[in-house]
Structures are given as structure tokens and as C-alpha cells.
Design a protein around this ligand. Structure first.
Ligand code: SF4
Length: 655
């Protein structure tokens, strides 16, 4: 049953059987990351590190919420020193949670912290380098000289960690790669991996291996590729299998933050990667651990899932995004954005007002229909016929026996089971839907998929859902079949947060590999209109997090930490209120100018704290206005968006 993955593409034990990657154990105080140990949940404080009691109280709340390791920022020596007071107070109160010092730019703070706390996190992009956004031409000799310089700067920290039994995380961030890495590798997954390997090779030379590695990005696609490539390169170079710390940076808040985290982190967990997880939300830090726990607990009994047919070799490149090529049928497949199908099959007597739950609105004044950015493209009504004309170009999907008996078939398309299609008297000239299970991999079924005008509604009845669905896509790729596929999962929503995590992981993991021409989150018999609304919004949210269909403004907001210069939650809410109609625009909201500009990586515009009550505004990576008083900064940001031609006036569409 085990799948062998060609070594050039290998990044996990198996693509079809859940199996955790075997890593070396790393001792962090009383907690062990990696080895045969359960996946560890961790998080980071947001309070000023100099506020000892505030940090202690917040840490205790985080531990109470399930956090097993707590990270605290140490921007300079004085904060590193204050970690001692925080640690001592926690121990006095009976809390032994291991502490991690978060370091950027300040080796002296790292060296002090390594003697106080159980783990130190360094960012190889800025440990020994100042980022100047310069593109320098390096010869092999000058590059080697740079590596030598880093070795000299980094060795004292490694020696201190060895002497004090302190663990280390080499934490690469997509947004803060050094100018040296950028010049040679560009802004790529390989650049991220190489950034960590430069530091790792030094540690191995010094016989130090208590290391955890991370490859974070706010772009889930980039993050997944980088982690996979890291595992591949570790093996290729004969380096030890170090444990992985998984995280999506600047994921944001509320549903968007949860969906984005699950798409990135969940996709890797599905393939058995990851030994510790941190979910970063722009919310109170004690809200992060429960989300991480829900992500991790999905794998507690995963190994006993139903068998998935083995696959010799992955037919795709797991380290680079390629959209699967499909044929266009009406507005599905090829270069069309992935479509969203709303499922009304469980609703009795569908009325025109019910369409509001899926983003379509009737405006009595001026008597016309409109839709918001999350208006579903199709409605599946099962064995019912929707008794009115659907507005805004929505088409309906109806079960074949009922569709077959209809006189008026305009914009109505049949949904068949395999048996029904094989026995069908007639098919639609333009668009037909075939329900398949991910196990339907036999030659006869595959031959049917060569037909024009056919789209698959694919679901998997397997606890290892994403890999089961992916196996089906692999089969299509191997056979060169271009049939479009809508991913069709059914969830009973008992806990909204768990639902967001489950759906985002199961579907997002496919989107990041370029699979899926649409999503239908099928209706459960218990779903009311509120649930259908949630499912519709979640479908659009997952497509956005997978960067396959942008329908909302994207906020790349940092989770905040002891460096934060303004109230991130309040400011994010303020900016969101004014800009959340700007479809597809990416706005970075960063608490400090030290890391913010780098961390917001691919944001179109940036709002970055640069002093008490002062904001610096960016267009891409370029500063447009410095030191703007915070009370005017949102207006100024909007002016910058307007000057760039990306501003639109908001329209009232709800009634
Ligand atoms: S960008 Fe935000 S989370 Fe990162 S260091 Fe600055 S304030 Fe802290």
C-alpha cells in the first residue's frame, strides 16, 4: 500500500498512506519536539517584553488555552535580560512552560537569551545581515566570504546553545530573505530553503543538532512549496531529519485567518510533515492554541484510514505551482476562475429570498438584482426544480431523472450518477455533471471522462480525504484527461471553527497543487440558510487562501508582539471597515518597521508602525509617506490606493 515517491520529488513518506515523517527529537525544557512525540502546539505573546507581570499573565492564559511552548520577543539586550524575570515569576507560580526568545537583527540579545530560556529563534535573513533591498552581484569568492562572515557571527550563539542545552529554531521568513539570498536565488522557495541551510550547515559542522526549522510565508502556496523542498534538500544533502515548525505568517483574523492557516499548515500535516505548529492570528494569543489543537487533532487516529490505491510516482512537481490543464465547458475549467456551486438540495421550497444566503440580492429600489463578490455561480437543487428564473446568470444543476422530464432545460444542467450516465437516453448539449467518488479509478470510468461537455463532481468518503481526492487527480494527470473537476465535500457543521479547518485543509491542499476547477460544499440535511451562507463564504475563502480566486480584500496583518507600536486588532478593524470592498487588493498591516516591511512580502499597500503614534505607508515595498500621525493614516492610505487607481467607492448591496 505504500507509495514510493521518486527521490527527486520526495518530500514525505507516502502520498497515499498517512505516515508522519520521522525526525530527530529536540529537547525544549520539559517538552520534546519531533522523534515519536505528539505534535506540539505553541504560540507567542503580544505584550511588551519589559512588562514582566503582563507577560507572565498572558503566558499563563496561553498555557491554560493549550499552548505547550511560549515565544517572547527579545528585540534588544534589555528585553533578553528581562526574560529572566519572566521565567522566574512563571516558575514561582508553578508554570514550567518552555520559553523561546524571538530574535531579529540582534546577535547579542540571542547570546544572552540562550543562557536564560529553553530555546532561541533566529531568522537567518536578518541574524547577521541588515536588509537594504539591494541587488548585489556576487562572485563565488565574494559569496563564500559572506558565508564566512556569517559563520563568525553565528558560531558564538551555537556554542552557547550547546553549553546550556538550549534548543534553536532556524526560522526563515519569505518576506525577510537576505540581500545575498535574494541576489542569488530570488524570492523563491529555493531561496528560503538555502537561507536556512546556510545556518544549518554551520550548526552541523559544530556538532550541534538541537534544531527545529521553519519556512513561513503569508502566501500558503509558497509556504507549502518551501517546506516540501526543505525536506527534499535535507535528504539530498544527507543532513539530519530535523523537526519542522509549521506556520503561516500574518494569516490575519477571524475566518480568513483560520482558513489561510489551515490551507498552509493543514496541507503539510496531511502528508505527515510538521512536529510543532503555531497558528498566527491578529487576535488575542490565547485564541491561537485552540485552532492549532483542532488542526493537529485531526491526525490522532488518521493512520487507520481506508486504503487509497498506491501511485508509483507523483505526476506533478510538488515544489512549484502549476494549474492542472482542463478543457473549458461553458464557464468552467481552462483559464476560468474556480467556480462555486451552492447546494440547495436539502432546502424545502426554495424561495427567491433564499438567494441572499449565497450572495445574490434583489434591490426593490431601483428594482434590479445584484450580487456581492461572493455570489455563487451555480445552484444544485437535487431533485427539486427551482420555480423561478435565477438572476445574475446563475445556472442550476438538477438530478438527471428530474432534469430529463423537464420541458424547459435552459440554463439547467443534469447531474448523473455513473449508472445513470451509462444508461442515459439524452444528455445536455452544453454541460453535464457526473458524481464520482475518489475511488472510481478503473479504466471504464476513466474512458467515460474523455467525453466533451462533462464535468466531474468529486467526493471522497475517506478519513484521509485530501490525499484520496489528490489520488484521483493524479490518475487524471497520468492519463492526460482534461475533464474539469469540482471538489465536492460534505460536512456536518457542529463546530464552526472545526468546519473551517476541515474544509480548508481538505480542499486547500488540492488547490495549492493546482487541482480543482471549483468547489461545492454540499448541504447536510441539518443545514439552514445560515449554514448555507457559511458554506458559501467558506468556499470563496478557501479559493482566496489558495490564491486561485480573489474575491475579497486580503489583509496580511501581523499577529503583533512586544515590538508592536499600535493596537493591531483595533487598527485592522478600522482599515477593514473602509477597504473591505476592494476585491483582490492586498493590504499589509504591520506592527513595527523593523520586521513589518519584509514580512508583508507581496502586499500591494502597507500600513506599518514606525514610532509611537506614527505610521509609514507603503506602495509595494516602496515608502510613500513616512511618519504620518496615526489619526490621519487610514485616510492617507486610501489616498495612496486612489492614486494607484485601485480605489473604488463602496456600494450598498445588502438589504
Ligand atoms: S511585524 Fe508585527 S509580529 Fe512581526 S516583529 Fe513587528 S510587530 Fe512583531
Amino acid at each position: 500500500m505504500k507509495s514510493s515517491v521518486a527521490s527527486t520529488k520526495k518530500y514525505c513518506n507516502s502520498l497515499v498512506q498517512y505516515s508522519r515523517r520521522k525526525t530527530i527529537p529536540v529537547q525544549v525544557g520539559d517538552v520534546v519536539i519531533g522523534g515519536n512525540n505528539p505534535i506540539v502546539v505553541q504560540s507567542m505573546t503580544t505584550i511588551d517584553t519589559m512588562d514582566t507581570m503582563g507577560s507572565v499573565e498572558q503566558t499563563l492564559r496561553m498555557v491554560e488555552a493549550g499552548c505547550e511552548i511560549v515565544r517572547i520577543t527579545a528585540p534588544s539586550l534589555k528585553e533578553a535580560e528581562n526574560l529572566r524575570a519572566i521565567r522566574d515569576e512563571l516558575r514561582k507560580r508553578g508554570c514550567n512552560v518552555p520559553l523561546v526568545a524571538d530574535i531579529h537583527f540582534t546577535p547579542n540579545a540571542a547570546e544572552l537569551a540562550a543562557q536564560i530560556v529553553e530555546k532561541v529563534r533566529v531568522n537567518p535573513g536578518n541574524y547577521a545581515d541588515k536588509k537594504r533591498f539591494e541587488n548585489i552581484e556576487y562572485t563565488d569568492e565574494t559569496y563564500e566570504a559572506e558565508l564566512d562572515r556569517i559563520r563568525k557571527r553565528f558560531t558564538p550563539l551555537v556554542e552557547l546553545c550547546k553549553a546550556h542545552g538550549t534548543a534553536m529554531r532556524i526560522g526563515t521568513n519569505h518576506g525577510s530573505l537576505s540581500d545575498r539570498i535574494m541576489s542569488r536565488y530570488g524570492d523563491t522557495a529555493l531561496g528560503m530553503v538555502e537561507s536556512a541551510l546556510e545556518f544549518l550547515r554551520i550548526c552541523e559542522d559544530l556538532s550541534y543538532d538541537q534544531i527545529v526549522i521553519s519556512m513561513k510565508s503569508s502566501n500558503a502556496q509558497v509556504m507549502v512549496e518551501a517546506y516540501r523542498l526543505l525536506v527534499n534538500k535535507l535528504e539530498e544533502e544527507g543532513l539530519k531529519p530535523y523537526p519542522l515548525h509549521l506556520g503561516v505568517t500574518e494569516a490575519g483574523e477571524a475566518e480568513d485567518g483560520r482558513i489561510k492557516s489551515a490551507v498552509g499548515i493543514g496541507t503539510l500535516l496531511e502528508d505527515g510533515l510538521g512536529d510543532t505548529v503555531r497558528v498566527s492570528l491578529t487576535e488575542e494569543p490565547e485564541l491561537e492554541a485552540p485552532v492549532a489543537r483542532k488542526l493537529v487533532d485531526r491526525y490522532a487516529t488518521r493512520s487507520s484510514h481506508n486504503e487509497i490505491k498506491s501511485i508509483g510516482e507523483s505526476p506533478i512537481d510538488p515544489f512549484a505551482y502549476h494549474k492542472r490543464g482542463t478543457r473549458e465547458i461553458v464557464n468552467i475549467g481552462a483559464t476560468n476562475v474556480p467556480r462555486v456551486i451552492a447546494d440547495f438540495s436539502q432546502l424545502e421550497n426554495v424561495g427567491i429570498k433564499d438567494l441572499k444566503s449565497i450572495g445574490h440580492f434583489y434591490l426593490p429600489e431601483p428594482d434590479k438584482w445584484t450580487m456581492n463578490d461572493q455570489g455563487a455561480d451555480f445552484v444544485y437543487s437535487g431533485s427539486q426544480v427551482i420555480p423561478f428564473m435565477l438572476p445574475n446568470g446563475i445556472r442550476s444543476l438538477i438530478d438527471y431523472p428530474v432534469w430529463n422530464s423537464l420541458e424547459d432545460k435552459k440554463n439547467r444542467h443534469p447531474v448523473y450518477s455513473l449508472k445513470q450516465l451509462q444508461a442515459a437516453e439524452q444528455c445536455d448539449d452544453t454541460l453535464n455533471f457526473l458524481k464520482l467518488s475518489a475511488d472510481d479509478l478503473d479504466d471504464e470510468t476513466m474512458a467515460i471522462l474523455e467525453a466533451d461537455n462533462l464535468t466531474v463532481l468529486l467526493e471522497a468518503n475517506n478519513a484521509h480525504k485530501m490525499p484520496a481526492l489528490r489520488r484521483f487527480f493524479f490518475e487524471l494527470e497520468k492519463r492526460g484527461l482534461k475533464v474539469p473537476v469540482i471538489i465536492t465535500n460534505n460536512y456536518q457543521v457542529k463546530d464552526e471553527e472545526q468546519f473551517l479547518i476541515d474544509a480548508s485543509t481538505d480542499i486547500g491542499g488540492l488547490l495549492v497543487d493546482g487541482f480543482g476547477d471549483g468547489v461545492m460544499l454540499s448541504a447536510h440535511s441539518s443545514d439552514d440558510l445560515d449554514r448555507l451562507k457559511l458554506k458559501n463564504q467558506t468556499a470563496f475563502g478557501i479559493l482566496q487562501a489558495g490564491r486561485t480566486r480573489m474575491t475579497k480584500t486580503e489583509y496580511i496583518s501581523c499577529p503583533s508582539c512586544g515590538r508592536t507600536l499600535f493596537d493591531l486588532q483595533e487598527t485592522t478593524a478600522k482599515i477593514r471597515k473602509r477597504t473591505d470592498h476592494l476585491k483582490g487588493v492586498k493590504i499589509g498591516i504591520m506592527g513595527c518597521i523593523v520586521n513589518g516591511p519584509g514580512e508583508m512580502a507581496d502586499a500591494d499597500f502597507g500600513y506599518v508602525g514606525s514610532g509611537k503614534g506614527k505610521i509609514t505607508l507603503y506602495k509595494g515595498q516602496d515608502v510613500v509617506k513616512r511618519g504620518v500621525p496615526s489619526e490621519h493614516a487610514v485616510d492617507e492610505l486610501i489616498e495612496i490606493i486612489r492614486a494607484d487607481g485601485k480605489w473604488m467607492e463602496p456600494q450598498a448591496v445588502e438589504f
